[in-house]
Structure formats: C-alpha cells, structure tokens
Design a protein around this ligand. Sequence first.
Ligand SMILES: [Mn+2]
Length: 242
Amino acid sequence: MQKPIIGITAGNLKFHDTKRTFVNQNDIQAIINAGGIPVLLPPQVKDELDRYIKICDGFYFPGGPDVSPFYFKEEPTVGLSFVERARDRLEIELIKKAVAAGKTLLGVCRGMQVINIALGGDVYQDLTKQFVEPQKLFQHAQKGDINEASHHIKITAGTHLAKIFAEQTLAVNSHHHQAVRRVAAGLRVAARAADGVIEAVESENSPQILAVQWHPEFLVETIPTMQSIFDDFILRIPVKSN
Ligand SMILES: [Mn+2]
C-alpha cells in the first residue's frame, strides 16, 4: 500500500529582504510521523487546483492569519488582525473542490475557521469584542508557551473526535482570537470549551472532515496522544487499490 500524499497549504512571509513561502516544521513532521508524504501548496498558484486535487489524497490546512471577512459577507471590525488574501483565495477554492471530490481534510486553528467559512459558515472576527457571553470567555490567546496546554475542552459524545481519544475532556493549547460562530451546513460541533467556544468541528455524516481549534502539532512532545489527530487523518483516507 502506498503512503498517501498530503497537500499542505503554505503561507507567505517577509524575512529580511526576501519573501518566503513556508509551512511550520511541526506540521510537516506530524504528517510524516503519521505516515503521509507532505507536498507544499503555495498561495501563488491560482489555476492549477484541479491538478492538486488529483495528485493529493488528503489536504491539511494549518494555522495562520485571520481569514478576510469578505468571505462571509462582513466588513472588517476593529478586532480583525492581519489577513493574507492570496492564501484565502487558494484555501477557499481548494476546500470547495476537495470536499466535492471526496478528499479527506484536516484543519488546525485557522484551518478549522477557513474550512467552516469555505463551506458557508462564519467566525467571530474577534472573540473578546464579539462573543455572546463575554463575561464567561476564557483567555483563548494564551500568553504562555504554545507547547503547553492552557485550557480544557469537552468532546461531544458520539462524534468521530470522541473515537480518537479515550478521555472526554482534554487539556489543549489555545492560540486564537477568532472562533467558529455559525457552523456550516454538513458540519457539526465535536468539542467546546466550557465558556461555549467551539473547539472542533467535523463532517456530520462521514469521516471526511475533522478540524480542531487548538494546535496538536505543537503539543505532541508534551502530550504525545495529540499525534492521534494526525494518525487518524491518515487512517481516514480511503485506501487505494494501487
Ligand atoms: Mn481555545
């Protein structure tokens, strides 16, 4: 059986005088450790997405900047942070095409938000300014080390996520100021923090999509069971006969 090819969407950044396209090594290593072959998909590519869909068996959408609110028909609020429009365009188009083609998806942090937006849902542009019950809100943009857990989540019983972990409550890291607000049709909530913030979503009727709000790729050393998110991703990919 061949190892599956995993397309990972990359981001652009400036480093001194050069512009770079990058994916964090934690993301790449977690995919390799799970048994996938990572392929980086740069935001510069516009018209070749159908080729990517053919080449890749699964797609991984990692963390990154805020998604432009244009994609859920809102103007930017003062709480919106940096956005990267080229990456938005690539990911939103890719998610729609990948889901239609029956490909398997995993999203982390921004990846969860962009999947939800691409499929018709939306996000709080800034939790601290928009969350419905601000007095209950935890600190979701943790100030401590991203390799350490900072709050807890409760997994929804009966979900795919509940099959991955032995425990119903997990300690997770939290590096986000946005969060899923309206869940897209076809997705369901798979975990929440006790303040009500959605911490995971998944496909309603299949194992096609799983997306989490925390960063398991940064927790694998302190909490080794977090690698299960990536191992499960590879296992969710239908086995090819070749
Ligand atoms: Mn959180």
